[in-house]
Design a protein around this ligand. Structure first.
Ligand code: NAP
Length: 321
């Protein structure tokens, strides 16, 4: 086991929230260590969910749009310029029960006065071959982010919960037609949202159906559907597929340590990034199941950095100064 020099701030996670926190913390001369995740992982890779998108058109400051991975690289470089350091691995264990706070990466132990948690969330996926390859090429998990790219096209949304209904309704602004594919004959979504969607002339529903194959080389062009009752299959030509079968926050590391809501999202005190443990802050999608945007994650990363600086000032820590 190796123990590393003590730091004032460790940031776990490197999406827009973690990297914005890193820019602010580094600019305050606090030299954060960012444990940024593992490149091989699709759920919590360095850079977060934006590494799985192509063009981002709604992040302010990029009038021509910017590729998701480029945006994350720029944020990473910006924090590095002010002294942030990166560890391209996953945190494997934490102990916040005493001071200093302890974070492990496999057998290596890192200590800090303050920890900012920005481990994000992941969209649940269908688990089909080619699904990851086609994300950003006709397959999406975010209507707000990508709907605009599917103007005038026929789109399928998979799922039967509030997310699927909400995404389908939103997508009718752009698509010529939206088909909701649901594996059962009843939605799980709230009645009022169902009624709104079902009365929309652009939305139709394909009940008792699963998407079982994605077809397309460089871009999705069709899907195979299998009837969950009869087993019959057919093919549907479409411009885009939105997978809306739920999200999971990346919070396994904090089970029994940080307060979570029923869906496993970290709970922060209203108007702040404070968790239930003093000196542990949370930002981005790991604590936000409502907005889930790069810009809101970045904003909450800024909040966490400012909360962390104030906490350190108040507690007069001296390490790493
Ligand atoms: P959810 O309620 O868990 O629904 C997931 C849906 O996806 C279910 O219909 C499920 O089918 C289906 N599904 C799951 N795995 C699947 C698979 N492998 N293949 C095909 N279908 C699959 O998730 P959610 O819709 O994201 O909602 C999460 C929470 O956020 C809920 O509490 C919801 O009310 C809330 N929410 C609220 C709003 C709003 O109020 N505006 C908007 C979005 C979300 P089954 O039904 O067969 O299980």
């Amino acid at each position: 086991m190796t123990t590393h020099p003590h730091r004032q701030v460790i940031i776990i996670g490197s999406g827009p929230a973690g990297l914005t926190a890193a820019v602010y913390v580094a600019r305050a001369s606090l030299a954060p260590l960012v444990i940024e995740g593992e490149p091989s992982s699709t759920s919590d890779q360095p850079g977060g969910q934006l590494m799985l998108t192509t063009e981002v058109e709604n992040f302010p400051g990029f009038p021509e749009g910017v590729q998701g991975p480029e945006l994350m690289q720029r944020m990473r470089d910006q924090a590095a310029r002010f002294g942030a350091e990166y560890l391209t691995e996953k945190a494997t264990k934490v102990d916040f029960s005493s001071h200093p706070r302890r974070v492990w990466v496999r057998e290596d132990e890192y200590t800090a006065d303050v920890v900012i948690v920005s481990t994000g969330a992941r969209s649940l996926m269908l688990g089909l071959p080619d699904e990851t390859r086609l994300i950003g090429h006709g397959v999406s998990t975010c209507a707000t982010c990508d709907g605009f790219f599917f103007r005038g096209q026929e789109i399928v949304v998979v799922g039967g919960g509030d997310s699927a209904i909400e995404e389908a309704s939103f997508l009718t602004k752009f698509a010529s037609k939206v088909t909701i594919v649901h594996r059962r004959d009843k939605f799980r979504a709230s009645k009022i949202m169902q009624e709104r969607a079902l009365s929309n002339p652009k939305i139709s529903v394909r009940w008792n159906s699963q998407v079982t194959r994605l077809i397309g080389d460089s871009k999705l062009s069709a899907i195979e559907l299998t009837d969950t009752v009869t087993g019959a299959t057919d093919t549907m030509n479409i411009g885009g597929l939105f997978v809306a079968i739920g999200h999971r926050p990346n919070t396994d590391l904090f089970t029994g340590i940080l307060d979570m809501d029923d869906n496993g999202y970290l709970v922060t005190q209203p108007g702040s990034s404070r968790t239930n443990i003093p000196g542990i802050f949370a930002c981005g999608d790991v604590q936000d199941h409502t907005y889930r945007q790069a810009i809101t994650a970045a904003g909450s990363g800024c909040m966490a950095a400012i909360d962390a600086e104030r906490w350190l000032e108040h507690h007069h820590t001296t390490a790493n100064k």
